[in-house]
Design a protein around this ligand. Structure first.
Ligand code: ACO
Ligand code: OAA
Length: 450
């Protein structure tokens, strides 16, 4: 037997499908909270946190009332954070990382020191670039990032020590190094898979995270202040989203076993890569390309509707039946991050003469939810989520599409580290829910009798 024998693999696949199917009605019979969601769509309460708060609805006598979304970091509204650092004309991501990980806003002096610490920690260990990044390039930067995180274990003299000072040290290194790992992973991909020249720019300790990233991915190191500010804003908006989002919950689950930080964070990167989570920003762009290629007149609402109907019916694009970038597990009327990114996208579209394409986004935002409601007969409100407009903003910043989800990871590492510390300090019990076995008992049949 050859493992690449197609018919044999297909037979095994058919067996796997048949024997792993669970009758959907059983979930109801045993009151299983699929996706850890209650019957009204709200999440099952599985933990407490001081870090992020995601407000998407009001509970009124047990009933879920849709509401405008709000996001708070350590109790402070993200919109207030953004308004204030923008007013002061400075970058915000480092301040937000400090707030998330250490629990309070830094003083001016503390922020200067933290910026210096991040800058000093950007350099990867000796040999890492040659041995870990260039020797095994990947076509997928999230895959490369997860492997770089896991490889960091072997370069750490004290990888398994879960004392808080050690985990704080490791967290700072990861927050500082994520952009560098992503930039080098991208350069290796561009060279080995894209036949382009190889650029290994050294990180610049005095630049902000956003500036340093743009410096490292551009062959000529050039970027404008506006580009760096927009990227910084996006990093701030993606940095944290409560304990229940899939990648952060992964952090809690894996950390609760007492394993090392690299195992925890590599698992979270794998989660974020998924197209229903952080990977949606790449999917949105692929979907938009597909729509642009199949809809002749982007301004014709009926033609857009016709094609979106095919997508929702699983007859077009990736045939999964999803309009990527719409819908959220918690938000209902709006995702506050999408509101901010949409405003930026509108400004940039005007500046770059891309209002036609922006108009197509607006049409999808308007008709997508209406079609979803009529086709699926669902009362779920589908508002644009953070991933709907982020890719369009990145496109106008000339950022390559394969970096969209990695940029999310460069931001979310701060939230993940904050939650890891919270799990270590306040968790304390291995996360271990239950699965009911529904196959019953079966007898072992000796080989010669089968
Ligand atoms: C950073 C982030 O992670 S933001 C989210 C990024 N993901 C996306 O944009 C992908 C598209 N959206 C989705 O897949 C979903 O809306 C999610 C994953 C974000 C939230 O999913 P859930 O909370 O499970 O949605 P919910 O249970 O309320 O969905 C109910 C039904 O609506 C469907 N649905 C939800 N969103 C969409 C959508 N955008 N397009 C089509 N159908 C949708 C679900 O598939 C589900 O159908 P089913 O009952 O036939 O299985
Ligand atoms: O909260 C979620 O489920 C997904 C999300 O928006 C995020 O992680 O930013």
């Amino acid at each position: 037997m050859q493992t690449n024998d197609k018919t044999y693999i297909e037979r095994l696949a058919a067996l796997a499908e048949k024997n792993n199917f669970i009758e959907p009605s059983l979930y109801e019979r045993y009151n299983v909270k699929r996706g850890l969601r209650n019957s009204d769509g709200t999440g099952v309460l599985v933990g407490l946190t001081n870090i992020g708060e995601v407000h998407g609805y009001i509970l009124d006598e047990g009933e879920r009332i849709p509401d405008q979304g709000r996001l708070l970091y350590r109790g402070i509204d993200v919109w207030d954070i953004v308004k204030n650092f923008q007013k002061e004309g400075r970058f915000g991501f480092e301040e937000v990382s400090y707030l998330l990980v250490f629990g309070q806003l830094p003083t001016r002096q503390e922020l200067v020191e933290f910026n210096r610490l991040l800058g000093e920690n950007r350099y990867l260990p000796e040999g890492f670039i040659e041995d870990m990044i260039l020797k095994a390039p990947s076509n997928d930067i999230m895959n490369k990032l997860a492997r770089s995180v896991l490889a960091s274990y072997s370069y750490d003299k004290n990888p398994d020590d879960l004392s808080i000072p050690n985990v704080v040290r490791q967290s700072i290194e990861l927050i500082a190094r994520f952009p560098v790992m992503v930039a080098y992973g991208y350069q290796a991909k561009a060279h080995y898979h894209g036949n382009q020249s190889l650029y290994i720019h050294l990180p610049q300790p005095d630049l902000s995270t956003a500036e340093n990233f743009l410096y490292m991915i551009r062959p000529d190191n050039q970027y404008t202040r506006l580009e760096a500010e927009l990227l910084d804003l996006s990093l701030v908006l993606h940095a944290e989203h409560g304990g229940g989002n899939n990648s952060t919950f992964t952090v809690h689950v894996v950390a609760s076993t007492g394993t090392d930080i690299y195992s925890v964070i590599a698992a979270a990167v794998g989660s974020l890569k998924g197209p229903k989570h952080g990977g949606a920003n790449i999917k949105v762009m692929e979907m938009m390309e597909d729509i642009k290629n199949n809809v002749k007149d982007w301004a014709d609402e009926d033609e857009v509707k016709y094609y979106l109907t095919k997508i929702l019916n699983g007859e077009a694009f990736d045939r999964k039946g999803l309009i990527y970038g719409l819908g959220h597990a918690v938000y209902t009327l709006s995702d506050p991050r999408a509101v901010l990114l949409k405003a930026k996208a509108a400004e940039l579209a005007k500046e770059k003469n891309m209002e036609d394409e922006f108009g197509l986004y607006l049409t999808i935002e308007k008709v997508g939810p209406e079609l979803f409601a009529s086709i699926k007969g669902s009362d779920k409100i589908l508002a644009p989520n953070v991933d709907f407009y982020s890719g369009f903003v990145y496109k106008m910043l000339n950022l390559p599409i394969e970096l969209y989800t990695p940029i999310f990871a460069i931001a979310r590492i701060s939230g993940w580290c904050a939650h890891l510390l919270e799990e270590l300090i306040s968790g304390g019990r291995i996360i271990r829910p239950a699965y009911k076995n529904v196959i019953g008992k079966r007898k072992y049949i000796p080989l010669e009798q089968r």
